[in-house]
Design a protein around this ligand. Structure first.
Ligand code: F6R
Length: 611
């Protein structure tokens, strides 16, 4: 999604803005731009494509000498990616510039009204409406820019994070937010605004989180935050706890492989602080024993990989706790009038903690009286702050668009939840809880064992990278893991892939299997080995080549498979933590082999803050 950065201070602003934009690249974008106060006035440079194109354009005009400005990476929603549609957008008389993340739903209505007042639009975007609206409201008024922005946002429907500058005061940035993240970096004699802390961390570790409805006035030596009534509000200054190196590649070719290799540490960070003497402690999440005991239904919601982690969690929770559990796509859940009762628990899974659909689904569940628990990585993100309780993953910043370590940490958090709930509800004993905790402690080292086999996955990737279609099969938990493996492959390598419940394939899709089709089969559940092997035989006899991922105690004849990868021994409920590792590696190496932009796949955004 779009990224916003702004700087005001005494240092050259444009290099700081560009550096910030590079840090926000991972969010996904198709164009970039900056507006800064130079001796020419309020100067805007923008370009379609990579930030490097923008830098080139700035070089061509001889640089931009300024100490205050705003920058933006755009992920197109209204209007194609183009120079014209890129941000910042200027308001009518070129005195106001605006960067925006989100969607203004009533922009057409406002646009017509502004056109009637003589405003001419240069772009197809909803954002230009905001620029003209601020210009219109500000023109001739004796209100400050902040009060004008406050008035303007009151007329907007939809979601926004905004950065606004005006020629009236070339040291000031006004920021506003509703349903889109925005932080204010607090420095020494300089301050910043940004979509997330990665863009400010090279200048300062201190930041304020802007809340919905708030407007901030950011100047080199002060930050003043107002609520929707214009009253000044006191904000808590927070500090980034992770190191800058965590957001850098550290010698790896891509963030994705770095993050794949970081999984043992990420999972350890999720599990260890919550397990003591064989008991799981959820003090930090507000999940009391009473709540866990009384819940009649555990709803799990998320999007993409977070949903896939939820599918694994759903199955483990149901089988260990014998309580009804469902995993729902957040964007469906919010519109299907779900049955939610006050005793229900709703687990909301999100790496970024900002995904618009997940946030909306969580609000719905909360309103219906469910206890909402956020399983989130980004500390103080909107979902984490709005949920009743939080289980932070503490996996460290995840930069690659395709999630790996956050997914693994999400699985770990869900296992903790399932084991804890099972013990509280009496479906497992204290001894069994202890035994599960021992297994949980072994997951990181077993993931390391799987990672040590990366050369084999690299070899398989080189062999199969030219396929145009791949199928992933599994039953039960393996089906959930197959969904995630399939998503990983398609999103970064652009190979068409589908995940199927192994028994379902013959009800239609098997017609797509032909000579040489690659099928990746997962069979890690002993009770289902034979069934899955039968399904594998069905595809092999139609010409498929099969890579089988299976458990340590697999005892069927796998001679029909082209390659067999065995997992270290693990309780079957937790096999997804291991089976996904070779398949993340396979996807990564296939994408590298195909020369794809691994960390920033086309059309994708890291943090999906629009519906
Ligand atoms: C895929 C991927 C996405 C995210 C999804 C939810 O690799 O990363 O499918 O899982 O967009 O994002 P979060 O977890 O931030 O809510």
């Amino acid at each position: 999604m779009c990224g916003i950065v702004g700087f005001t201070g005494n240092s050259p602003a444009v290099p700081i803005l560009i550096k910030g934009l590079y840090r926000l690249e991972y969010r996904g974008y198709d164009s970039a731009g900056v507006a800064a106060f130079t001796k020419e006035g309020l100067e805007v440079v923008k370009s379609r494509g990579r930030i490097a194109n923008l830098e080139e354009k700035i070089k061509e005009i001889g640089g931009m000498n300024a100490t205050c400005g705003i920058g933006h990476t755009r992920w197109a929603t209204h209007g194609e990616p183009s120079d014209r549609n890129s941000h910042p957008h200027l308001g009518g008389r070129g005195k106001v510039a605006v960067v925006h993340n989100g969607i203004i739903e009533n922009y057409m209505e406002l646009r017509q009204q502004l056109e009637a007042h003589g405003y001419e639009f240069q772009s197809e975007t909803d954002t230009e409406t905001v620029a003209h609206l601020v210009d219109y409201l500000h023109d001739g008024s004796n209100h400050s820019l902040a009060m004008t922005v406050l008035k303007a946002v009151g007329m907007l429907r939809g979601s926004y994070a905004l950065g606004v500058v005006s020629m009236d005061d070339p040291e000031e940035i006004v920021a506003a937010r509703r349903d889109n993240p925005l932080v204010i970096g607090i420095g020494e004699g300089e301050n910043m605004i940004a979509s997330d802390v990665t863009a400010i961390i090279s200048r300062t570790r201190k930041y304020i989180i802007l809340d919905d409805g708030e407007v901030a006035v950011v100047r080199p030596d002060s930050v003043v935050v107002m609520n929707a009534f214009g009253d000044i509000v006191e904000k808590k200054i927070q500090e980034v706890t992770w190191d800058l190196s965590a957001a850098e590649k550290g010698g790896y070719e891509h963030f994705m492989i770095k993050e794949i290799m970081e999984q043992p540490a990420a999972v350890t960070n999720t599990i260890h602080p919550r397990v003591k003497d064989g008991k799981i402690n959820f003090e930090d999440s507000g999940l009391t024993d009473e709540r866990l005991k009384n819940a009649k239904h555990v709803h799990i919601i998320g999007c993409g990989s977070a949903l896939h982690a939820g599918m694994v969690g759903r199955s483990v929770i149901e089988s260990l706790c014998r309580v009804r559990s469902t995993a729902s796509i957040a964007s469906e859940f919010r519109y299907e009038n779900p049955i939610i009762r006050p005793d229900d628990i709703c687990i909301v899974i999100s790496q970024s903690g900002e995904t618009a659909d997940t946030l909306a689904a969580m609000r719905l569940a909360k309103q219906a009286g469910a206890y909402t628990v956020a399983v989130v990585n980004v500390v103080s993100s909107t979902i984490a702050r709005e949920a009743d309780g939080v289980l932070y993953l503490w996996a460290g910043p995840e930069i690659a668009v395709a999630t790996t370590k956050a997914y693994s940490a999400q699985l770990a958090a869900l296992y903790l939840f399932a084991v804890k709930m099972a013990n509280v509800r009496g479906t497992i004993t204290e001894e069994q809880e202890k035994a599960y905790c021992e297994t949980l402690y072994t997951i990181p080292e077993k993931i390391s064992e799987m990672l040590a086999g990366k050369e084999k996955m690299q070899y398989l990737a080189s062999r199969y990278a030219n396929r145009s279609s791949v199928f992933f099969l599994g039953r039960g938990l393996d089906y959930a893991a197959a969904m995630e493996a399939s998503l990983k492959l398609k999103e970064i390598s652009y190979i068409h892939s589908e995940a199927y419940a192994a028994g379902e394939l013959k009800h239609g899709t098997i017609s797509l299997i032909e000579q040489g089709t690659l099928v990746v089969a997962l069979a890690t559940q002993p009770a289902l080995y034979e069934k899955t092997i039968s399904n594998i035989r069905e595809v092999v006899s139609r010409g498929a080549e099969v890579i089988l991922i299976t458990g340590a105690d697999f005892d069927c004849d796998a001679s029909c498979c082209s390659h067999v990868i065995k997992l270290p021994e693990i309780r079957q409920e937790m096999s997804a933590s291991l089976s996904i590792i070779p398949l993340q590696l396979l996807s990564y190496y296939v994408a590298v082999e195909r020369n794809c932009d691994v960390d920033k796949p086309r059309n994708l955004a890291k943090s999906v803050t629009v519906e």
